[in-house]
Ligand binder design. Structure first.
Ligand SMILES: CC(C)(COP(=O)(O)OP(=O)(O)OC[C@H]1O[C@@H](n2cnc3c(N)ncnc32)[C@H](O)[C@@H]1OP(=O)(O)O)[C@@H](O)C(=O)NCCC(=O)NCCS
Length: 152
């Protein structure tokens, strides 16, 4: 199993390359640098020096948004995304987050399956939110409510 650790500035190039591999519209290094300057949780999973998964969560007061989550295509279906997401949820709860939310493409079965497995539920739909090569697609908004006060 890979090791999970916080994202550091020297990881930005590799994270940008991984993001381009995982999404139709990849993030530039500047996009990532800007996100890391915000309040939140930024973790990556590393195996033998290779970044294989990462998560970026942005927090405002007691609410947090999963801005991105990805696993390298060669490392999928090994519960790495689940591990990094679970570790983020645990850290967010300790920091006082009571609601975690995210937007996900309605056709993204893998991500929806992963979020549901960890307790997220669908709370709303945003029509035509994505404008991809395949056309307009809806986003599902998913959320996970956490109990307050577990900051041990
Ligand atoms: C979504 C993503 C991060 C999942 O990462 P992963 O490391 O392969 O996921 P895991 O192996 O940890 O999967 C854990 C659980 O998620 C669900 N899941 C994962 N892949 C799935 C699939 N293809 N179909 C349905 N459910 C799936 C399952 O419940 C699985 O648990 P199980 O194997 O015990 O049934 C990965 O597919 C990815 O990077 N996709 C491209 C980027 C992306 O869409 N990110 C999400 C943006 S919101």
């Amino acid at each position: 199993m890979p090791t999970i650790r916080p994202i550091e500035n020297q990881d930005i190039l590799a994270i940008s390359q991984l993001h381009h591999m995982c999404f139709e519209r990849g993030w530039s290094q500047k996009d990532i640098k800007n996100l890391l300057e915000k309040e939140g949780i930024f973790l990556l999973a590393e195996e033998k020096g290779r970044i294989v998964s990462c998560i970026v969560v942005s927090s405002v007061l007691d609410e947090s948004e999963i801005v991105t989550l990805m696993t390298h295509p060669e490392y999928r279906n090994q519960h790495i995304g689940e591990k990094i997401l679970q570790e983020s949820i645990t850290s967010l709860q300790k920091k006082g987050t009571i609601k975690i939310f995210l937007e996900v493409n309605e056709n993204n079965r893998a991500a929806i399956g992963l979020y549901k497995k960890l307790g997220f539920t669908i709370c709303s739909r945003r029509k035509n939110y994505y404008n991809n090569a395949s056309g307009a697609e809806d986003a599902l908004v998913m959320e996970l409510l956490l109990k307050k006060g577990n900051n041990s």
